[in-house]
Design a protein around this ligand. Sequence first.
Ligand code: C5P
Ligand code: C5P
Ligand code: ZN
Length: 465
Amino acid sequence: MQDFLHEIKKDANELKKHNTELIKVISHLDADGLSSSAIITRALTRGGFKFSLATVRQLDDFLFDELSRENFSTLIFLDLGSGSIKQIEERFKNRTIYILDHHKPQDHKPKNATVINPHYYNIDGSKEISGAGIAYLFAKALDSANIDMAHIAILGAIGDMQENNGFHSDLNNFILEDAINSGKIEVKIGLRMFGMQTRPINKVLEYTTDPYIPGVSGNELGTKKFLEEIGLNFVENGKYKKLVNLTDEEMKKLVTGIILRRIGSEEKPDDVLGKVYLLVEEEDENPLKDAKEFSTLLNACGRLNKPSVGIGCCLGDKKSKEEAIILLLDYKREIINSLNWFYANKNKFIEGPGYLIINAEDNIKDTMIGTIGSLISKNSMYKEGTIIITMAYTIDGNIKASLRTVGKTKKDLMAITKTIVTKVGGIGGGHKYAAGALIPLDKEKEFIEATKEVLKAGIMEKTIE
Ligand code: C5P
Ligand code: C5P
Ligand code: ZN
């Protein structure tokens, strides 16, 4: 870790020499990418740099063509670029290039690009640090005042699923400490459930699948009965209260009730509490208060094509926050519609040994297909290790595909994706645990066949350490 930090410091000092040049920042537009953009744009503003920002879904030739027509002398790639080091180097020969990314880098050492990537230091970027984490470390190396953005890096890490009842790497914990020390984040122990700040208790309980509550999870009436059984008054003004509004005593009773209900059927009945990350400066009962809800909100902004609203939220802009809360509702509606389509069609998907291919065609937005894949993989319908491939048509004549796995797998999804796109054409990349691809629409059948073949053959059954 020290060597990595040392390199970042050196590279940040190098960037300061380009202070008079025009910089173009190119960033991914998911929660991690937007967090990275927020951190770097504020850091560049603070440092007196002149820059412009583009947030993109992925790098492709079309984007490279566009960038090469612009006259920025320095390009900074955030949360992407590692899979395209060679192309970037070839396309932008006379420019200064920075790639700040946590995806596994291509096996190519560039001469004219600075690639800041944890994998070069034996740090697993898919689990140990996010794109926003790297952007943060770089920003902090530029100017120690940027420590006031550590919490934004935490939002990115949560968005990339690096939090699982705590962060489990030195780098993420180091960043979390900065966020706590700068007074931006407070860590508490609470119920490991989504929506503590915003959803009524009955909905939080009904929608929770991990931890699972027998007779309550997925059961509206069961939830109502369960809350009545606990014997507390969870209703106020005719409405269920939110978790955040319970007194300590009420919370204790609720937790005990949940644990009792889980005894006998669940492996660890008392495993219902976990870390909750609260943004100190945000108000209660607001999705920006809880880092997990905030990161979902960033995904909503990215997926609904309003990246600047998400970046504004990270930087504390009041108008952006108001707009984002409305976007979050649209996003939830979009998810519900997509999941309804999934449940209504679940017998029509291509199921094989250890995999499921869901071709949504134009029934699900291409921008939502990754999120839907993640949600399906988290629901307990399929066996651990099953690979879920979701596909949807894009508006510009391509197919967006996402690969996820149910629980743990020994397979490397990024390697699988690369093998498939090498066979059928298109572009793809990602991490061991989550990968994606973009392929031409006329390759639909070929893509499905190649996917089946690669998955059946068990190619890439590399053991993940
Ligand atoms: O490009 P980037 O690394 O930022 O994106 C990672 C994506 O993979 C995120 O959308 C995240 O939600 C998803 N992911 C996942 N399960 C994991 C790790 C990441 O769904 N275990
Ligand atoms: O888009 P999705 O959420 O499925 O992406 C999962 C992972 O795959 C992300 O880390 C993303 O950056 C990567 N990906 C990629 N190239 C694509 C699509 C996704 O590298 N064309
Ligand atoms: Zn990322």
